[in-house]
Structure formats: structure tokens, C-alpha cells
Design a protein around this ligand. Structure first.
Ligand SMILES: *[C@@H]1O[C@H](CO)[C@@H](O)[C@H](O)[C@H]1NC(C)=O
Ligand SMILES: *[C@@H]1O[C@H](CO)[C@@H](O)[C@H](O)[C@H]1NC(C)=O
Ligand SMILES: *[C@@H]1O[C@H](CO)[C@@H](O)[C@H](O)[C@H]1NC(C)=O
Ligand SMILES: *[C@@H]1O[C@H](CO)[C@@H](O)[C@H](O)[C@H]1NC(C)=O
Length: 234
């Protein structure tokens, strides 16, 4: 027993010299108190294993942190990628629209023709109510200013639509909403206006357009209409 104690003290001495000064006292005590020579003689191995397990622990914590950070980065990156893809899709669509329509961009369901947007309503309303609906949408009932415009409009419609033409102020003096008189080489009658009074004693003071041409009708009747507004320049 004396011998074992001596040898352990001897090893402890060696250890104390070899080990860094920062060695914790409790660790030193464990080694010095050990009365089993086999345990004492592999004290360096225990220290090495402890050091290795500490190192492994540190590495696995670091790897764990790295994994979470990478997973988070990946999630954020793929999220950003989705967003960028969506924005790219939107921009591509806008550029495609510009190529198709020039820089003038009509609202959805409005049709562009030479810098003017047209809306062909689906509601059947009186001439006054149709005009109100066009004004609410930021436009007015259409004023036809060229034979090309009339040809375009005739091509777009299959039924009678109200246009911005009326002789309500002076019977027989047909005027567009901008007060220009009707020029029959620009827009022509399908049937010569007759101000027929049998159904409506006030006569027929508002104009409809279909593929054939213009027709005079009582303003109180209900039809679809054509609105127009200047195309916004983007
Ligand atoms: C794409 O456009 C739509 C409709 O114009 C809009 O609701 C959406 O927020 C846009 N998306 C992006 C990512 O800009
Ligand atoms: C249309 O509205 C005007 C005023 O904006 C009014 O004077 C006229 O009587 C109305 N016509 C019909 C048929 O309702
Ligand atoms: C009517 O339109 C034609 C063709 O655009 C034009 O030559 C003519 O001068 C116009 N008439 C009036 C009175 O504006
Ligand atoms: C246009 O309307 C008039 C009057 O209702 C009708 O006689 C004519 O057939 C219509 N034209 C077409 C192409 O439908």
C-alpha cells in the first residue's frame, strides 16, 4: 500500500508538471487520491478522453448551430427566390403588354384603339344611366371622330349600343358629347332618323350603333353602351 501511494504520488507529480497550470484542483485530487495503480497510470488517457469528448461536444454543438443556420438560410433563400420569381413574372407580363400595346395601358376589360380605351358594357341601361356609368368609370359615352374609329367599333359589337350622340337640345341637330356636329362621312345612319313619337311622345333623341350603322331611339329605352377614355400613359 505504501508502494502504491508512493507511485501514485510520483505520477501525480509528473502529471502536475506536464499539465497546464489551469488544471482544475478537483481533477488533480481525483488523480492523487486514487489508490488503484492501474487507474492512476492511465490518468493521461482519462484526461485525453475528457479533452476529446469536450472537443466532440463542441464540434457537435457547432455543427448543430451550423445546421440550423443553414436550414434557416435555405428557407429564407427559397422564400426570396419564390418572391423574385413572382415579381419577374409580373414584370415580364408588363413588358409583354407594353410590346403589344405600346406604352398605353388600358384597365382590365377595356380595349385599346389608337390611344383610346373602350369599354363595351354588358348592362342594359337608359342613355342617361349609361352615360352616368361611363362617367363613373372615368370616361364618357363614345364620340366617334373618324371612319377608322367607327369601323373598329362596328367590328367589336354584335348588338345595338348607345353612343354619345343626341339631338335632345335641338331636334334634327345631332351632336356628339363634345358638341361637334355629326359628319355623315365619319359615322353614318343605318336608317335615316325619323324621331318616331308613337312609343315615346318626346320622340327619338338618342343614338345607337350596330354593325349596320346609327339608329335614333327613345333615350328612355335600355341598351348596352360604349364608353371611352384616354389611355393612361405609363
Ligand atoms: C403581381 O401582380 C399581382 C396583380 O397585379 C399582385 O397582386 C401581386 O402582389 C404581384 N406580385 C409581386 C410579387 O409583385
Ligand atoms: C337625362 O338627364 C338630363 C340631366 O342630366 C335630364 O335633363 C333629362 O331629362 C334626362 N333624360 C331622361 C330621358 O331621363
Ligand atoms: C367630314 O369628314 C370628312 C372626312 O373626314 C371631311 O373631309 C369633311 O371635311 C368633314 N366635314 C365637316 C363638315 O367637317
Ligand atoms: C342593326 O339594328 C337594326 C335595328 O334594330 C337592325 O335592323 C339591323 O339588322 C341591325 N344590324 C345588324 C348587323 O344586326
Amino acid at each position: 500500500m505504501e508502494m502504491a501511494d508512493e507511485s501514485s504520488d510520483h505520477i501525480y507529480l509528473n502529471m502536475a508538471i506536464k499539465q497546464p497550470r489551469a488544471q482544475r484542483p478537483e481533477a488533480q485530487q481525483k488523480v492523487s487520491r486514487s489508490s488503484d495503480p492501474s487507474t492512476a497510470s492511465c490518468g493521461w488517457a482519462v484526461w485525453l478522453l475528457r479533452a476529446l469528448s469536450c472537443l466532440l461536444l463542441a464540434v457537435s454543438i457547432a455543427l448543430g448551430l451550423l445546421y440550423f443556420k443553414t436550414a434557416k438560410d435555405y428557407h429564407e433563400t427559397s422564400f426570396n427566390l419564390d418572391q423574385i420569381t413572382a415579381e419577374h413574372h409580373n414584370l415580364s407580363k408588363t413588358v409583354a403588354d407594353w410590346k403589344k400595346n405600346g406604352c398605353n395601358q388600358c384597365p382590365e376589360n377595356w380595349v385599346l384603339f389608337s390611344d383610346v380605351c373602350y369599354y363595351f358594357s354588358l348592362d342594359k341601361l337608359t342613355w342617361n344611366s349609361s352615360r352616368d356609368a361611363c362617367v363613373s368609370a372615368g370616361g364618357d359615352l363614345v364620340t366617334i371622330q373618324s371612319s377608322q374609329e367607327q369601323a373598329f367599333l362596328k367590328h367589336q359589337i354584335n348588338a345595338l349600343h348607345w353612343v354619345g350622340l343626341t339631338d335632345v337640345v335641338t331636334e334634327g341637330d345631332w351632336r356628339w358629347l363634345d358638341n361637334t356636329p355629326l359628319n355623315e362621312s365619319t359615322a353614318s345612319w343605318g336608317k335615316t332618323p325619323d324621331d318616331w313619337k308613337s312609343e315615346d311622345p318626346t320622340g327619338e333623341d338618342c343614338a345607337l350603333l350596330n354593325k349596320t350603322g346609327l339608329y335614333d331611339v327613345s333615350c328612355g329605352k335600355k341598351y348596352e353602351c360604349i364608353c371611352e377614355k384616354v389611355a393612361p400613359v405609363i
